[in-house]
Design a protein around this ligand. Structure first.
Ligand SMILES: Nc1ncnc2c1ncn2[C@@H]1O[C@H](COP(=O)(O)OP(=O)(O)OP(=O)(O)O)[C@@H](O)[C@H]1O
Ligand SMILES: [Mg+2]
Length: 225
């Protein structure tokens, strides 16, 4: 919900703790995939951690390692109030624009968090916001202080899956820019966590809105090694 507090445009969100996170599709998908991909994982940290992750100190930690987030105005058990980021979310932005270069920032943000030993889990494009060609990360509740190969693959797979229903040439360029950002620091190889593509394909079945584009993209060969 968009509102106005003392002349500033803000968004008011209901905190996920009250949405009963255990029924959240993502938590189910996490457990399901870790099971079928034979990567048994300890359950996701939710509950009070969601509140902590969304809080002031967590946001300033992220800022310190180079991950911008919208300015937090107020947080309590029920609601989160943060500044409104005018450009909207990255999925909508990419749907209406050819500014693919911006996706490199997402690759590098994802990599930065992984290198710090954490991961996003809910890494879909809708959780990235755009302002003046800069990317901001929102929806921080599910960040986990652990980054196994499976969890890193999940971040990459879910991000790509969330855009897999865009037009094919568009999707290809987006994937390219994301990988460029994710692997920029490593010179020799372009290899990424090996479960990423399998997870992308499974997650896309749930996340995609345009199934015609999705089918086409699923059938085309990926450039990821
Ligand atoms: N600070 C913001 N400025 C502008 N738009 C925002 C902002 N925060 C969120 N939105 C919009 O609202 C949508 C949902 O926000 P968010 O992901 O934080 O909520 P959510 O309850 O976790 O939703 P979901 O469970 O679907 O991920 C985003 O995809 C984005 O389009
Ligand atoms: Mg979200």
């Amino acid at each position: 919900m968009i509102s106005n507090i003392e002349g500033q445009k803000v968004v008011i969100k209901r905190n996920k703790t009250v949405k009963n996170i255990h029924e959240h599709l993502l938590v189910f998908m996490f457990t399901f995939m870790s099971f079928i991909l034979l990567h048994p994982c300890s359950p996701l940290k939710t509950g009070k951690f969601i509140l902590l992750n969304e809080g002031f100190s967590s946001r300033s930690e992220l800022e310190k390692i180079g991950i911008p987030t919208p300015k937090l105005i107020k947080i309590d058990q029920e609601t989160i109030v943060e500044e409104y980021v005018e450009g909207g979310d990255l999925y909508a932005y990419l749907k209406n624009s050819d500014d693919f270069g911006i996706v490199q920032q997402v690759g590098s943000i994802t990599r930065t968090l992984h290198d710090s030993g954490a991961c996003f889990i809910d890494n879909k494009a809708q959780n990235y916001l755009v302002r003046n060609s800069e990317i901001y990360r929102t929806d921080l509740g599910l960040i986990q202080n652990k980054a196994t190969e499976f969890m890193k693959s999940l971040d990459i797979g879910i991000f790509l899956a969330s855009l897999l229903d865009l037009e094919s040439t568009k999707y290809k360029k987006i994937e390219e820019e994301f990988l460029e950002g994710y692997t920029r620091k490593i010179k020799s190889s372009r290899s990424i966590p090996y479960l990423s593509i399998i997870i992308r394909n499974i997650a896309s079945l749930v996340l995609a809105a345009n199934h015609k584009n999705l089918a086409k993209n699923l059938l085309s060969k990926s450039d990821i090694q």
